[in-house]
Ligand binder design. Structure first.
Ligand SMILES: [Zn+2]
Ligand SMILES: [Zn+2]
Length: 215
């Protein structure tokens, strides 16, 4: 009878992982293909996500996020899972499969290989603790990208701020109306737009847009 190598609290019932951690690891493994897919929309953030003012016209396109590219690449999520599976195969003197196909296909195959070995891993693999911790950290880091908590609702996008600074430069920052808010305030230049000027605001914005398309 020992303690679980992952949580360090529960009885491992003669093996290396407790029942709760074994189940949690199974669930984490099962989630990996979905998490992999879920990263795709975050690879190249859309222009709509960028904030603040822009120089001329639209905001500059944001670069592809390197950490997401790495996670989705051959050495990322799939690499972690395949490495553990080949370690299991070696330990159990099982024939190793040669990874083939797309990264998605390789990830799914390696995940099901590990799931099939989970009962053995929990009871007989001395590396079970390291393995389970790495799978936990992997899902955690991917989740933090997909669903950073708490997600802040910025509210409704109203348009570009039509305020002019003393030198006559148009502010142009995106105006957001926070949920339930009664007053509109530019986060960039701090100009406030009370509800009674919102009608006028719309007109200003349309005029600015026309002026910009002519320029
Ligand atoms: Zn445990
Ligand atoms: Zn402004």
């Amino acid at each position: 009878m020992g303690t679980c190598l992952l949580c360090d609290t529960n009885e491992s019932a003669g093996g290396y992982l407790c029942l709760a951690c074994t189940k949690a690891t199974v669930v984490r493994l099962e989630c990996l293909p979905d998490l992999y897919d879920g990263l795709l929309p975050f690879l190249a953030p859309s222009a709509a996500v960028s904030q603040g003012r822009s120089g001329k016209g639209g905001p500059a396109p944001l670069p592809v996020r390197a950490e997401i590219l790495d996670l989705r690449g051959p050495g990322g999520m799939v690499g972690v899972v395949e490495d553990h599976l080949s370690a299991v195969c070696q330990e159990r003197s099982m024939r190793k499969r040669i990874p083939a196909g797309s990264i998605e296909a390789r990830l799914t195959a390696a995940v099901s290989g590990l799931l099939a070995n989970m009962p053995w891993i929990a009871v007989s693999w001395s590396e079970a603790g390291t393995f389970a911790a790495e799978i936990r950290d992997l899902t955690k880091s991917v989740r933090s990208i997909i669903a950073p908590e708490p997600a802040v609702d910025r509210g409704r996008r109203i348009g570009s701020c039509p305020a002019m600074d003393p030198s006559g430069t148009l502010c142009g920052a995106v105006l957001w109306l926070p949920p339930g808010a009664k007053a509109l305030r530019c986060e960039w230049c701090d100009t406030r737009y009370p509800p009674y000027v919102w009608g006028q605001l719309k007109t200003w914005m349309t005029e600015d847009e026309k002026a910009r398309s002519v320029a």
